[in-house]
Design a protein around this ligand. Structure first.
Ligand code: SF4
Ligand code: SF4
Length: 346
């Protein structure tokens, strides 16, 4: 099963309706749910399991998740965490979201997804997003446990054979090897994945080993090698071409648009964004205020934004920017981004 045309059509219409017809300044494009922050892994670069340590036992109900999705109104929903496959309500939540024709992306480390194949049927509205930071030992090092890559790939292969939509999600850290990533993405492309999602690692202050994270200038140097057009020939990326150009340092943006990817957690909506949680809000409208975005979105406003190139902050910036720049819009269309570009985050 490939990426459904309905996804591009519905997201395209949603964007036109909100940006052009209703002239909304800010609105959610993707609702990101974190129904629990607990995980069966403890990756060295993970901010979540550290930030939420004091509430790691907490879980959301399906009703809370559905209410957050309704409040946001976005056509795309990601379910992450923590590890959502250890949350007992995942099959019920997916069923209810799919019944509402939401496009659901479930982000997983791949260890337990095989156990859910009986409970979550394949659907054009549902995709597994498998966390893969490299092949074999590269990935196992990133997730701090031997053998995870083999299990995740076995489960992902089975998922594709069963007819599920599947993508990979890779975070770039200081030790990432461009050659190894090319090899990973060739494998997953051959396996039948819809595409590879790529994002820059964020320097979470809660992570003790800050050496893991690349500063923006160094990240751009590595992204140039990782996204070398010759070396990546034939690889399907899920991110749109403008975002990939941004990662290679070929375009810049004044500010992120992280308000388009609001994240609902066990404590409420992360305020202001997926990487930063200076507060948690109970009302989503709090995240759409000028008073928030006067303080965040680039290094001039907040030094913690200096190295951020995350797709949850900037992929939507590239998409929304194309609305006011016909040349960028043409680039998106000609590259096939309408049928391939990523809207998810994590
Ligand atoms: S698998 Fe994901 S949620 Fe779990 S520890 Fe690793 S990065 Fe964090
Ligand atoms: S640039 Fe700043 S506000 Fe925007 S997503 Fe990154 S950390 Fe968040």
């Amino acid at each position: 099963m490939g990426r459904p045309a309905e996804l591009a059509i519905r997201v395209g219409w949603y964007l036109i309706k909100n940006r052009v017809l209703l002239r909304k300044k800010r609105f959610p494009l993707v609702t990101m749910l974190e129904p629990l922050e607990a995980c069966n892994l403890a990756c060295e670069g993970c901010g979540r399991i550290r930030e939420y340590e004091s509430v790691i036992h907490r879980e959301m109900t399906t009703e809370e998740c559905m209410a957050a999705v309704k409040e946001a109104g976005a056509p795309v929903v990601t379910i992450a965490g923590g590890e959502p496959t250890i949350w007992k309500h995942l099959p019920e939540l997916v069923r209810r979201l799919v019944a509402q024709r939401k496009f659901v992306f479930c982000c997983t480390n791949g260890l337990l997804m095989g156990k859910l194949f009986k409970e979550i049927p394949p659907s054009k509205y549902f995709a597994w997003v498998v966390h893969l930071d490299g092949t074999g030992a590269h990935h196992d090092k990133s997730v701090s446990r031997t053998g995870v890559y083999a299990i995740a790939m076995r489960n992902a292969q089975k998922a594709v054979e069963l007819g599920y939509r599947a993508c990979s999600n890779t975070t770039l850290f200081s030790g990432s090897s461009p050659e190894d990533l090319h090899s990973l993405w060739r494998k997953t492309t051959d396996m039948g994945f819809e595409g590879a999602m790529l994002t820059a690692g964020y320097d979470y202050q809660s992570v003790p080993n800050q050496q893991l994270f690349l500063k923006r200038k160094a990240a751009v140097e590595v992204f140039r090698k990782v996204l070398d057009p010759t070396a990546t020939q034939g690889i399907r990326f899920y991110n749109n071409p403008l975002y990939l150009q941004f990662l290679r340092g070929e375009r810049s943006y004044k500010t992120c648009t992280a308000w388009s990817n609001p994240t609902y957690t066990v404590l409420g909506w992360r305020n202001p964004c997926y990487p930063l949680a200076d507060a948690h809000s109970q009302e989503l409208s709090d995240l759409m205020k000028d008073s928030v975005w006067d303080r965040y979105g680039n290094a001039e406003k907040d030094s913690r934004c200096a190295n951020c190139m995350m797709h949850c902050g900037f992929e939507s910036t590239t998409i929304l920017g194309a609305f006011s720049n016909p040349k960028d819009a043409v680039t998106m269309v000609r590259s096939g981004a309408l049928t391939r570009s990523g809207m998810t985050a994590g």
